[in-house]
Design a protein around this ligand. Structure first.
Ligand code: A2P
Ligand code: MG
Ligand code: MG
Ligand code: MG
Length: 329
């Protein structure tokens, strides 16, 4: 994990105050996510993924994770030095290398009118959580649709704005050339969620639960069984699983395990909540994303498309799972 925090004097702050900071940041995040997608595709095409085992349960890192984090942090830290940025990969802060700074602000973000309460947000209130490559295990296993790039922006510890980029979206469509692969979905709470996606209606006659394919455990399975799904969708990546809920492929993302971290959930939560959904731990607690927040999502992850659906799933978490000392906030 890499934390980058800079302190500034009050004089510097007033001189550089930017009323549209959150909008600029969101637009920059969409730009760097798109550039990151180009880079991941290039690394994949080159074939040498440079896999490193970080230790723990299927906890790998590739050149994609490292290079993309350097790309994202170089631009965001250069452009927004007063904002705290926390990235998953240690050491890859873009400071030593010759990474480019991407100045462009994504026009699709700049075209929108952000809500009043998101204007004039001071940089000290913001913390950005970066997962340069979510679904690393699936990237290594060539399950490319499961891979996402996640950049989440928290304000006062709440997930408010986020980009979920799926760099290999469309790779299995033979009519598409590699430079046509990928999509960025972004959302801002109070404004909405945008990008090339369709919110299909969820099936009414059956219950589909999406969960991990690579980090299953006794509790993960026991919790799902108690919810009596008709179908279990085993998928990689936290970003991808939230996308399954957003696109109407699953009623819920259920993960009764402490494996994910704040960079896995901040961006997807912002996009999901911006469209009326909910993401909490398995006890119903909202996640805290301030710069001093606990990094692991130690109470697990539950995400659904509405507060009512969230309530139903929370009520069906078995007591044994709730009481598990390994799954506490
Ligand atoms: N035990 C774990 N150790 C490290 N990362 C984990 C663990 N469990 C989950 N994650 C992270 O959460 C994501 C979602 O988990 P899963 O795919 O198992 O549902 C993973 O892709 C991984 O993110 P990352 O790929 O960015 O390292
Ligand atoms: Mg990882
Ligand atoms: Mg991740
Ligand atoms: Mg990652």
């Amino acid at each position: 994990m890499l934390r980058v925090t800079k302190t500034v004097t009050l004089r510097t702050l007033s001189r550089t105050q930017n009323p549209g900071l959150l909008q600029d940041l969101t637009a920059s995040c969409v730009t760097v996510a798109d550039e990151s997608a180009v880079l991941i595709r290039k690394i994949f095409k080159n074939g040498d993924l440079g896999v490193i085992d970080k230790g723990g349960l299927k906890n790998f890192q590739t050149e994609g994770d490292r290079a993309v984090q350097r790309l994202i942090l170089k631009t965001l830290k250069t452009k927004y030095p007063q904002v705290t940025i926390i990235g998953e990969e240690d050491g890859d802060d873009g400071e030593a290398g010759d990474e480019k700074v991407f100045d462009a602000l994504a026009p699709e973000v700049m075209d929108k009118k952000f809500p009043e309460d998101l204007q004039n947000v001071a940089p000290e209130r913001i913390c950005i959580w970066v997962d340069p490559l979510d679904g690393t295990m699936e990237f290594i296993d060539r399950m490319l649709h499961h891979v996402t790039i996640l950049i989440g922006i928290a304000v006062d510890g709440k997930a408010i704005s986020g980009v979920v980029n799926q760099p290999f979206f469309g790779f299995d469509d033979e009519s598409k050339k590699p430079d046509q692969w990928g999509r960025s979905i972004w959302g801002v709470v109070g404004l909405g969620s945008f990008g090339p996606f369709e919110q299909k209606p969820l099936p009414k006659d059956k219950k589909i639960i999406c969960t991990t394919r690579s980090h299953a455990s006794h509790d993960v399975n026991a919790c799902i069984e108690a919810m009596k799904p008709d179908e279990i969708l085993r998928q990689g990546g936290a970003g991808n699983k939230v996308l399954r809920v957003i696109e109407g492929d699953a009623h819920a993302y259920v993960f009764a395990s402490p494996g994910t971290k704040k960079w896995d959930t901040c961006a997807p939560e912002a996009v999901l909540v911006a469209m009326g959904g909910a993401l909490t731990d398995m006890h119903g607690n909202v996640m805290a994303y301030d710069k001093n927040a606990k990094v692991p999502n130690s109470g697990g992850v539950l995400a659904t498309i509405s507060p009512d659906t969230q309530k139903w799933y929370l009520e069906h978490v078995p007591q044994t799972v709730r009481d598990n000392p390994q799954l506490q906030p």
